[in-house]
Design a protein around this ligand. Structure first.
Ligand code: JFZ
Length: 423
């Protein structure tokens, strides 16, 4: 395995991570001077045109004494999430760790006297969860030379000055003072030059060569690709990619956004992302006290409980190397010698057909219980596309809450027929 692949292996096997959007905006909870922002909560400073002075006055009231890194990491672990991506600095420019190169940070600009990132780093190390960092390396609404997609003429800015004065020194302290960092999740590169993307990339790799970098660093410099938010590719993508997703409709805490994705919908996002070869980075937005909303925590725990029984079909799984001629509500993942059919309520059949595979079947069972399922292995001479078809019997009473995973053990590596046989 080449070096680059070795570095990525933990991430490729992880499949599921926790995104944490937490900042001064969390204290505002999506509202400014009595007006609810129609945008995502973490953009409130730019979208509601809050001045630097007013935003830093808000910071003087931000004292999240209920923040508890051990509780957050325990939730991630119980939820089956293998890595945490924490917003060290979002577009607002406010550092959610003790930055020595800029006063706009949670220690120097708020009454809070602890470094939450230091606590998170210790908790992650203790629990074997990879600590990763989100860093908005181009937008910065508190620094006069940082890009601002809403209120500035970005081409007129001295962006090199911003990199030299803030972004590069902050990345240096983040990659020096908080232990091993699994990846840096850069965001919104806007008009950053290829040279500057490369400068940022080189700094990260110099300080922590095994730290992965996402493509949002800009100019195709990254190690893996991120889709747009909650944007699922329609077909499998056999590259390293990840989909960031929200538990409601805002990354940052919005006290009035209760549009939570229930456990069934959350699980379906996870399985559909994984079946297409990606990682699912699912967000929580702690409030102004540092607490994760109970509704979202409960959803994550429900999905984690399901994963405790069905994780074999998720973790370290691959794209099923075959056309997925399966029905709506059936998602497929693969490990050598095993195909996993994830059956959601959208497929209400008791007889599940599986075309194309040529292998001899050794066993078909419900993954979570090991209970064998009966099936028919019919020859289909009428169509040259499918030499034979499996019809798996899944009685309604054997179905599991949220999704039932059927594990098909086959002899040898997967062999299948494809449409191109017809050409
Ligand atoms: C960005 C941020 O602006 C947002 O606040 C949040 O942090 C999110 C995870 O990332 O939002 C984006 C960035 C890129 C796309 C969509 C939203 N995109 O490429 O479609």
């Amino acid at each position: 395995m080449v070096k680059a692949d070795q570095v990525k292996e933990w991430w490729r096997q992880a499949k599921y991570g926790m995104f944490i959007h937490w900042g001064v905006y969390s204290f505002l909870g999506g509202e400014w001077q009595g007006k609810r922002t129609p945008f995502v909560a973490e953009w409130i400073m730019a979208r509601e045109n809050i001045s630097r002075e007013d935003y830093l006055d808000v910071a003087k009231e931000f004292n999240p004494e209920d923040f508890d890194a051990d509780t957050i990491v325990a939730l991630a672990k119980k939820s089956g999430m293998k890595y945490i991506v924490y917003t060290a600095k979002h577009h607002d420019g406010f550092a959610m760790y003790h930055s020595k190169c800029c006063q706009d940070n949670i220690i120097d600009a708020t009454p809070f006297e602890r470094d939450p990132l230091k606590e998170l780093s210790s908790a992650c190390k203790k629990e074997g969860i990879k600590l990763c960092l989100y860093y908005s390396h181009a937008q910065d609404w508190l620094h006069p030379q940082g890009y601002n997609l809403v209120t500035r003429d970005n081409k007129a800015l001295d962006f090199d000055a911003y990199l030299e004065e803030k972004a590069l020194p902050q990345l240096e302290e983040l990659l020096t003072n908080y232990g091993d960092i699994g990846l840096i999740w850069f965001d919104s590169p806007i008009i950053i030059s290829k040279e500057n993307s490369q400068r940022v990339y080189d700094l990260v790799k110099r300080l922590q060569p095994e730290c992965m970098i996402n493509y949002r660093i800009g100019n195709e410099c990254g190690d893996y690709y991120c889709t747009g938010d909650n944007q699922l590719p329609s077909t499998p993508m056999d590259v390293d990619w990840e989909m960031p997703g929200t538990t409601n409709d805002s990354w940052g805490y919005k006290y009035y956004d209760h549009n939570w994705k229930d456990p069934s919908e959350t699980l379906r996002w996870l399985v559909r992302v994984n079946s297409r070869g990606g990682n699912y980075l699912l967000n929580v937005g702690p409030d102004g006290n540092g607490l994760i909303p109970a509704e979202s925590a409960n959803i994550l725990e429900e999905v984690g409980d399901w994963l405790s029984r069905n994780g074999q079909g998720i973790y370290a799984s691959k794209i099923a190397p075959m056309p997925t001629y399966v029905r709506e509500g059936v998602e497929m993942t693969y490990r050598p010698g095993k195909l996993y059919l994830h059956i959601f309520d959208q497929c209400d059949k008791e007889h599940i057909p599986l075309f194309c595979i040529k292998n001899k079947v050794k066993k078909i069972a419900i993954l979570s219980t090991g209970e064998a399922l009966t099936y028919e292995d019919r020859d289909t001479p009428v169509s040259q596309l499918h030499e034979h078809i499996l019809v798996i019997n899944l009685p309604k009473e054997k179905r599991e809450k949220y999704a039932t995973v059927i594990c098909i053990e086959i002899e040898g590596d997967l062999e299948f027929t494809t449409m191109d046989k017809l050409s």
